[in-house]
Design a protein around this ligand. Structure first.
Ligand code: A2P
Length: 292
């Protein structure tokens, strides 16, 4: 899967359950809540984005919802994702968490809802059962039509395998950190081999990769910026990037990636790029208070 047939921002890939997802999403992690988030989402939609990614823990769901309404674009034309936070694990809390996100966003359904971080073994020996119980809440809300697709975020092979032992409905998406300098390529390939679509959070390495001289030289060869190289790189790996910017011209630039193709050789160089811009931690290494 290399997504080379995609030719514009609103072109879609198809998830394993048949739901269509626009190939580049507008990310809102670390976007300040209030008017900034509201105006950014409105601008992104006006610029042609039709896929917006938020999470309860970002604290900006109400602003994202207002930005969508203010854009005047119909709800059904927008692919909207939110995520379940680690404090809400378990069946009953999960049902309430979905209802809270729907209310915050002012919508009747989500296009995609993700377990933000897995419960892990170092937190509790019952980590598998806890993730499974959360997942049952996801399956219920999916069957009830409140969520069109369900998935996970920051899951590694161990967590995916454990969840799939219990899941009646298999997760459709795994959203992980992915950018030159931190591709987690084995996880990407494993998730894809399970039929999941991989999404990239921090596809620009949260900005930390943008001034790297080697990446600058490669981008220059294509007449593009490093940010555009990163977005295109994700697409050519079959990964859906969620770049974020608070600036309208950069939002537009990040979507202007359909007029060049990175050679296979350069894709391989980017896959194997030395570690750069790793932004947080993997779930098993996270501080205990970050994941519970
Ligand atoms: P800004 O909001 O000022 O544009 P990521 O998507 O990997 O999380 O990276 C987001 C960071 O990258 C933000 O700091 C954002 O800053 C910056 N950024 C986003 N797009 C571009 C771009 N086209 N050129 C330079 N910096 C960018």
């Amino acid at each position: 899967m290399n997504n080379l047939s995609l030719s514009k921002l609103t072109d879609c890939i198809t998830l394993s359950n048949g739901v269509k997802m626009p190939c580049i999403g507008y990310g809102t992690w670390q976007t300040p809540s209030g008017e900034v988030a509201e105006n950014c989402v409105k601008s992104a939609l006006e610029l042609g984005y039709r896929h917006v990614d938020t999470a309860w823990v970002y604290g900006n769901e109400p602003d994202v919802g207002r930005g969508i309404k203010k854009s005047g674009i119909k709800r059904e034309e927008i692919f909207l994702t939110s995520k379940h936070w680690v404090t809400e694990r378990g069946y009953d809390k999960t049902i309430k968490a979905v209802e809270t996100s729907l209310e915050n966003l002012g919508v009747d359904y989500l296009d995609l809802y993700l377990i933000h971080w897995p419960c892990v073994e170092k937190l509790t020996p019952e980590w598998k059962e806890i993730n499974a119980s959360t997942w049952r809440g996801f399956e219920k809300m999916y069957k009830d039509g409140k969520i069109r697709a369900i998935g996970v975020s920051n899951f590694q092979q161990k967590h995916l395998d454990a969840l799939n032992e219990y899941a009646q409905i298999k997760p459709m998406v795994n959203q992980i950190e992915f950018h030159p300098g931190y591709t987690q390529i084995d996880n990407v390939r494993y998730s894809q081999s399970l039929g999941m679509t991989v999404q990239a959070w921090s596809p620009l390495g949260s900005g930390a990769v943008l001034n790297d001289p080697t990446l600058m030289k490669m981008a220059e060869k294509y007449g593009k910026s490093v940010a555009q190289l990163c977005v295109r790189f994700a697409l050519q790996c079959g990964v859906i990037p969620l770049p974020k910017s608070l600036n309208q011209s950069r939002m537009a630039a990040n979507a202007d990636v359909f007029d060049f193709t990175i050679t296979d050789e350069d894709v391989q160089k980017l896959v194997a790029f030395p570690e750069l811009g790793f932004s947080t931690y993997l779930p098993e290494d996270a501080p205990a208070d970050a994941l519970c």
